[in-house]
Write a protein that binds this ligand. Structure first.
Ligand code: SAH
Length: 246
């Protein structure tokens, strides 16, 4: 128990590739050396997105790089038992940041923005690189060993294709005009997608096309939630339903 607790507390750093000896450079090096003032001999956890945690000892902290020796690898307990993909309409301003950060903390495996008829921003306004950095920071902070990818935005037909071609066991569509349809998660579903609209919601034709693509239309209750609230709430509900919050 004590060891587990200690690991939870250990600082985490992302590296592209794990070898016996690892060098941290750039932002990760600066964070370790200048912000945390870590010293040789201290232990940290390295992760590279392969689902494992690598305990490493700091060998030396230089001007431009930190050298570490990997001493142990272990499975990461923070990853959920399902692969959840969040399809969400691109939103205005920094609301996309919020969705990406919170969904990552809740354990999503992938984030797929889309542009639909009532989406209020242009494709170009979505800064995918920046959103991927936010996902990385959130994954680090919450103890995950994989980093969900934020994909470039899809147009509506691309969304339908991605739903059909994604191999999902179940697709859940939050529709503001759904009159019934409570959320339930099939115990066998391991690869799940959820769809949430933007500030303008969906037009009837789109709602029908999503349902026709095999999605189950659900309501999130009698109140209309803001798009970012709906995304965060739905990810939490699905994670809970699938046993991912234990
Ligand atoms: N402007 C729209 C609301 C959009 S809410 C209107 O006034 O009707 C943004 C998105 O959040 C919706 O497209 C839907 O995916 C989700 N959402 C918000 N509240 C919801 C609810 N009560 N039930 C299901 N989905 C909801």
């Amino acid at each position: 128990m004590e060891r587990l607790f200690a690991k939870k507390k250990m600082r985490r750093f992302f590296v592209e590739k794990i070898n016996e000896t690892v060098f941290l450079r750039g932002e990760e090096h600066k964070h370790l050396s200048l912000v945390l003032r870590a010293r040789a001999g201290e232990r940290v956890v390295l992760f590279c997105g392969d689902g494992l945690d690598y305990t490493a000892r700091i060998d030396s902290v230089g001007q431009n790089e930190t050298r570490l020796a990997v001493i142990e690898k272990s499975s990461n307990t923070a990853e959920p038992p399902i692969n959840l993909t969040l399809f969400f309409s691109a939103l205005k301003g920094d609301k996309n940041d919020l969705v990406v950060q919170k969904a990552t903390e809740l354990g999503v495996g992938g984030l797929r923005p889309f542009i639909s008829e009532f989406t209020q921003v242009k494709k170009e306004s979505l800064k995918t690189d920046r959103l991927n950095k936010i996902a990385l920071e959130a994954a680090k902070q919450c103890g995950r060993s994989s980093v969900p990818r934020v994909y470039p935005p899809l147009d509506f037909d691309g969304l339908l294709d991605a739903l059909k071609g994604g191999g999902y066991d179940s697709v859940i569509f939050a529709y503001e005009n759904a009159e019934s349809g409570g959320l339930s998660i099939d115990a066998d579903s391991k690869n799940i997608a959820v769809i949430v609209g933007g500030e303008g919601g969906f037009c009837g034709r789109e709602a029908k096309a999503i349902a026709d693509a095999g999605a189950k239309t659900v309501t999130l209750g009698k109140r209309i939630l803001r798009a970012e609230t709906a995304s965060i709430a739905l990810c939490a509900l699905v994670m809970h339903g699938a046993g991912g919050l234990k």
